[in-house]
Design a protein around this ligand. Structure first.
Ligand code: FAD
Ligand code: EPU
Length: 340
């Protein structure tokens, strides 16, 4: 791929399939190339910058002003190991699921429940990716990043990332300030299986497996995901459009009077997480189609582009859903997808 390009179409670079253009587009193949680029391009200092990985958690609502830094930093290596653990450092431009497959082939555990999550390794800490009872924070060791203003390298420890549910420092104080170049995971050689979440156990039973390996759990998770979530290669989408909201327990009790079957998950701080997909379905939006975009018919948390929709149309739909859920349940849905 050539270096800096102008008026570059982002259509193949976002899973929503939005036809937006980047004013400038620069593929970053190494940390050194990025440092050089930041130092050499005086004009960049006054430009807006957007870091892009697999484009599976962004919604472009207009063309992108300034420069898109497209992460292409590759490489996977073991940096340390002992009898119990292996520390694996992956370039931020590696595809997340390919890293998962690599680890499973080596029989390194802890990552199997995070199979088939789209996107890059470098984006995984941004929202602390999670699925099927595991979050990145459970296997994360540290990351290396470049501060875009200074061009300096920095290491972030686990504590420094301040991980939360679909949250980290990179969505707050450090938003847009760092380019993550590599992520180091601590994986286990002695496996602790996590099969308690959702349909994993019943899927394993259906697969005829009584004593699962980490590879079996990965296959079960892949089967469940493929049965529920639309494949972005077929229908444009960004996964869950909203986060699952967390409410005070008194609020849940009120809702339970009217909706005794409302799904809810107790949180360590005493509050309760609700299922946004359930709220959206109850509000009547599941499977609704507005021309070329709509709400997925198997998972109401996923908004879809059937082809040719604009980001603004999808954002407009999202706002209607937020208003409907707020009116029905007095619950405010926050977007998970990054609106650009
Ligand atoms: P992008 O969409 O390219 O970027 C996302 C954000 O991270 C942007 O703000 C971007 O600026 C920033 N960013 C990206 N790379 C870097 C970097 N190197 N340094 C600094 N900032 C960076 N997520 C889950 O947690 N669990 C799921 O189960 C899940 N399922 C999904 C299913 C589908 C079908 C889809 C489409 C998405 C799903 N997602 C899920 C969301 C998505 O996979 C994750 O958010 C993923 O981490 C995004 O990676 P990306 O490389 O595509 O990031
Ligand atoms: N539900 C409905 N209707 C729907 C969808 C869901 O009633 O249309 C109900 C389900 O019946 C279930 C509950 O909502 O009782 C939870 O549903 P599910 O297990 O499908 O998970 P989710 O909460 O909708 C979350 C993550 C997903 C992740 C899965 C599995 C968020 C915002 N989403 O979805 O992550 O893969 O759990 O762990 O936390 C993503 O972040 O993009 C993503 C796909």
């Amino acid at each position: 791929m050539p270096a800096l390009q102008k008026n570059f179409s982002l259509l193949p670079y976002n899973t929503f399939g939005i036809d937006a253009k980047a004013e400038w587009f620069f593929p970053v193949s190494s940390a050194e190339k990025l440092i050089e680029f930041l130092a050499d391009n005086a004009f960049l200092k006054h430009q807006k910058r957007l870091i892009l990985g697999g484009g599976s958690n962004v919604l472009f609502t207009s063309d992108v002003e300034g420069v898109v830094l497209y992460n292409q930093i590759k490489g996977i290596r073991v940096v340390a190991e002992d009898e119990k653990s292996v520390f694996v450092q992956a370039g931020a431009g590696e595809v997340w699921h390919e890293l998962v497959l690599h680890c499973l082939e080596k029989n390194w555990g802890g990552i199997e429940n995070l199979s088939l999550i789209p996107g890059s390794v470098g984006a995984s800490p941004i929202q602390n990716i999670g699925a099927y009872g595991v979050e990145l924070k459970d296997i994360f060791h540290s990351l290396e990043a470049i501060q875009l203003e200074t061009g300096k390298r920095e290491t972030f420890s686990h504590a420094a990332c301040r991980f939360g549910y679909r949250d980290s420092i990179f969505k707050r104080e450090a938003k847009g300030k760092y380019f993550i170049c590599s992520v180091t995971l601590q994986l286990s050689k002695i496996h602790q299986l996590n099969t308690s979440y959702g349909a994993i156990q019943s899927e394993l039973t259906e697969m005829g497996i009584q004593k699962p390996s980490i590879q079996d759990i990965s296959r079960a998770v892949i089967n469940i995901r493929q049965s529920k979530l639309p494949d972005p290669a077929v229908i444009g989408n960004g996964g869950s459009f909203f986060k699952n909201p967390v409410v005070e327990s008194a609020h849940l009790q009120q809702l339970q009077q009217e909706f005794p079957n409302i799904p809810h998950y107790p949180q360590p701080d005493g509050r309760q997480k609700l299922a946004a997909g359930w709220l959206i379905e109850q509000a009547g939006w599941k499977g609704k189609r507005l021309g070329n975009h709509g709400v997925h018919d198997r998972q109401a948390l996923v908004l879809v582009n059937y082809g040719g929709a604009t980001g603004s149309e999808i954002l407009d739909l999202a706002q209607k859903i937020q208003a409907a859920v707020s009116a029905a349940f007095d619950v405010q849905l926050e977007t998970e997808v990054n609106i650009v």
